[in-house]
Design a protein around this ligand. Structure first.
Ligand SMILES: Cc1cc2nc3c(=O)[nH]c(=O)nc-3n(C[C@H](O)[C@H](O)[C@H](O)COP(=O)(O)OP(=O)(O)OC[C@H]3O[C@@H](n4cnc5c(N)ncnc54)[C@H](O)[C@@H]3O)c2cc1C
Length: 213
């Protein structure tokens, strides 16, 4: 007997701004993504006409998931770019910041950290390109895209943290670009499916399509 996961109970529809009974509730402050407003949507007997349905009745989950791969690979690309920027900032700082009479980039401890960061960025970039090729060539690239999203988002968090460490107090001040990257990359391990959900997707692909992780 098929498992009822409740997905057929979800229906998607568009609610126009200005619809009676629809209003914006509290706007939540966030640790990052300050250019992106996150707020509560309040519905009080708001009437939505049938013409505003997205897909059919009960197809809401399918509608929501229909572009999930595009969104996830976009996140992976975004994170590779942000991590590259973090690495570039750390390299520039390591070349120019003088401590104990020499550029801090001459300390082997930081050289190894920079090498680890560069390796991690390139590994995630390789996952990203492999997933992009898979999206072009295969009709089911969910596993490779989840791998790219998982690898890139987790990597970007680590690399941003290492870059901030290399920049010391200069990285922690609010006007430093690395401070923003550090806060902003954190969201990508949550949005478009958390890291745990990516692992579920990968495991499901490994165990067989019908298997619910
Ligand atoms: C900055 C930001 C922007 C966002 N923008 C959007 C947007 O534009 N549109 C949109 O629709 N959503 C958006 N989201 C919401 C985002 O998609 C959800 O927060 C995310 O999918 C996680 O859902 P949740 O917050 O309900 O966490 P939960 O589902 O409550 O998860 C909490 C914890 O439990 C874990 N967990 C849950 N289920 C499982 C499971 N089956 N197996 C293992 N672990 C599990 C999760 O991994 C997580 O660690 C945004 C979120 C953030 C932070």
């Amino acid at each position: 007997m098929p498992q009822d996961d409740g997905s057929s109970a979800i229906t998607a529809f568009l609610v126009e701004k200005g619809t009676p009974g629809f209003s914006i509730g509290r706007i939540h402050a966030k640790m990052g993504w300050h250019g992106y407003i996150m707020c509560e949507l309040v519905f009080e007997d708001a009437f939505v006409p049938t013409a505003n349905l997205l897909g059919g009745i009960g197809q809401g989950l399918q509608v929501a998931m229909s572009n999930i791969n595009d969104a996830r690979i976009g996140v992976a690309a975004h994170c590779v770019g942000m991590a590259q920027r973090a690495l570039d900032l750390a390299l520039e700082h390591a070349r120019t910041r003088i401590a104990f009479g020499k550029p801090i980039g001459q300390f082997q401890g930081l050289q190894w950290m920079l090498a680890d960061m560069a390796l991690a960025v390139e590994q995630a970039r390789a996952f990203l390109y492999a997933a992009a090729r898979d999206m072009e060539r295969s009709d089911d690239s969910r596993v490779s895209v989840s791998m790219a999203k998982l690898a890139a988002t987790e990597m970007a968090g680590r690399v941003a943290d290492q870059a901030l460490q290399i920049m010391g107090g200069a990285g922690y001040v609010a006007e430093s670009p690395i401070e923003m990257i550090y806060r902003d990359v954190r969201a990508f391990r949550i949005g478009e499916g958390t890291s745990e959900i990516q692992k579920n997707q990968i495991a499901r692909g490994l165990l067989g399509k019908g298997f619910r992780a």
